[in-house]
Design a binder for this molecule. Structure first.
Ligand code: URA
Length: 434
């Protein structure tokens, strides 16, 4: 069937056969499908959906579109983690050092920002010198030495996802269960870990805005993992407000360090401990969530987690002095302040809109080639449900120009609602899907 016929077939809502999906994935990688044809197919898939057989077929074709990491040289059960994407979701930078300090080997392959969500690779690249492009051999050697490494997807690892991810980001085809499940699980299967913990975000700052869709995505990924012979646990966590207080690349590195120093508590730490506990259980290093949490908290309190983060930065060519001197991270040229126009409770935070304001501030990309401003972002002073007085600071805004500060200010202002009645508190951990 020709490329156009395949696009029309999906556009008409028919299921694609395994060899047709394989032809699509091959065409994405070898360039025989043009970007506009791939984008048209993605939109057809987005609108018409993919059934479970198509989703698994797409996942496996994407996983095998490049190299597969062979982690057999590393002793022990290799664990991995992935988030479906959120705002101020800095868990990886805290989790990885803590879990590694407990002895679990982790080869973490992370992505760049996607749509309104941030990306770990962008955050790490804000650390001067930090290298995210490593060969498989270099990555495995580092895990043998330090238990943990964080790298960007190489051109050879799931090249199909790399291409599709970048095109989805700029064609409005991100928030779709089969496409997200295939994207995440293809990378996780190719990355070679034995066990995977997935953080499925749910709420106004997540691709899955309601619990039903989040559960469906969680279950789809657990099912794909089972078919691929991996142990998978999904944690559904809340994203109806930014997870941490800082939204930004360098800003989130700072917040992760503050958590590792024991200076910051709250939802970001809670989600980190829950995900980390599941990783330790899957790695066979703890029997239950209580004992796993205790192990992680010990590593936090003793400073072993912070020390492990320092080691990861040094291993990957970064400047470890940033841990003690945040001025060595990229600095913004301009600053502004979002103040409350009236007193009351913060009743809603449209977190996707906050993520879009962050893109406008320069911290994210609108087109896949766009450079980003590592210093840009927001420092929130309050959380959902807080009572604030008129004129109180809600957030600091950091950007490269006054114009960007103004734009972000107006978008942030619209994203935050203040009312008379305190909203019902929502737990940040919603469910665990085994
Ligand atoms: N994270 C991914 O890796 N892929 C998606 O499609 C969405 C979030």
């Amino acid at each position: 069937m020709s490329i156009v016929d395949l696009i029309i077939k999906k556009r008409q809502g028919q299921a694609l056969a395994a060899d047709e999906i394989a032809a699509f994935v091959k065409g994405v990688c070898d360039g025989s499908w043009k970007d506009y044809q791939i984008a048209a197919m993605l939109m057809a898939m987005f609108i018409r959906g993919l059934d479970p057989v198509e989703t698994t077929g797409l996942t496996l074709a994407m996983a095998h579109s490049g190299d597969l990491f062979d982690l057999s040289r590393i002793p022990g059960i290799k664990v991995d983690k992935h988030s479906t994407g959120g705002v101020a979701d800095t868990t990886t930078l805290i989790l990885l050092p803590l879990v590694a300090a407990c002895g679990a080997p982790v080869v973490k392959i992370s992505g760049r920002g996607l749509g309104f969500t941030g990306g770990t690779v962008d955050k790490l690249e804000s650390i001067p010198g930090f290298k995210v492009h490593l060969s498989a051999k270099e990555a495995i050697d580092l895990v043998m030495q330090s238990q943990a490494v964080i790298l960007s997807q190489s051109d050879n690892l799931t090249p199909a996802d790399k291409k599709l991810y970048a095109l989805r980001d700029v064609t409005g085809t991100i928030d779709n269960i089969p496409l997200i499940a295939a994207s995440i699980m293809s990378k996780k299967i190719a990355a070679g870990a034995d066990a995977i913990v997935l953080d499925v975000k749910c709420g106004s700052g997540a691709f899955m805005q309601d619990l039903e869709s989040a559960r469906k995505l969680a279950q789809t990924m657990v099912d794909i993992g089972r078919l691929a012979g991996r142990k998978v646990v999904s944690v559904i966590s809340g994203m109806s407000q930014p997870l941490g207080m800082n939204v930004g690349n360098a800003l989130e590195v700072i917040e992760a360090i503050e958590v590792l120093k024991g200076n910051a508590l709250g939802d970001l730490l809670e989600v980190t401990l829950v995900l980390g506990s599941q990783m330790l259980i899957l790695a066979g290093l703890a029997e239950n969530p209580t004992s796993a949490r205790r192990l992680l908290q010990n590593k936090l309190q003793s400073g072993a987690g912070l020390q492990k983060f320092r080691e990861i930065i040094i291993n990957q060519g970064g400047d470890p002095r940033i841990i003690d001197d945040y001025q060595l991270l990229p600095q913004p040229a301009c600053r502004g302040t979002l103040k409350a126009s009236t007193s009351g409770f913060i009743t809603a935070m449209d977190t996707a809109a906050i993520g879009r304001a962050f893109v406008e501030a320069g911290g994210g990309r609108k087109a896949k080639e766009d450079p980003i401003d590592y210093a840009a972002g927001f420092i929130f002073k309050h959380r959902l449900g807080d009572y604030i007085g008129a004129g109180d600071e809600i957030a600091a805004i950091l950007a490269a120009t006054e114009e960007k500060v103004r734009l972000a200010h107006s978008l942030l202002d619209q994203a935050i609602q203040i009312g008379n009645k305190a909203p019902k508190p929502e737990p940040v951990i919603i469910a665990v899907v085994q």
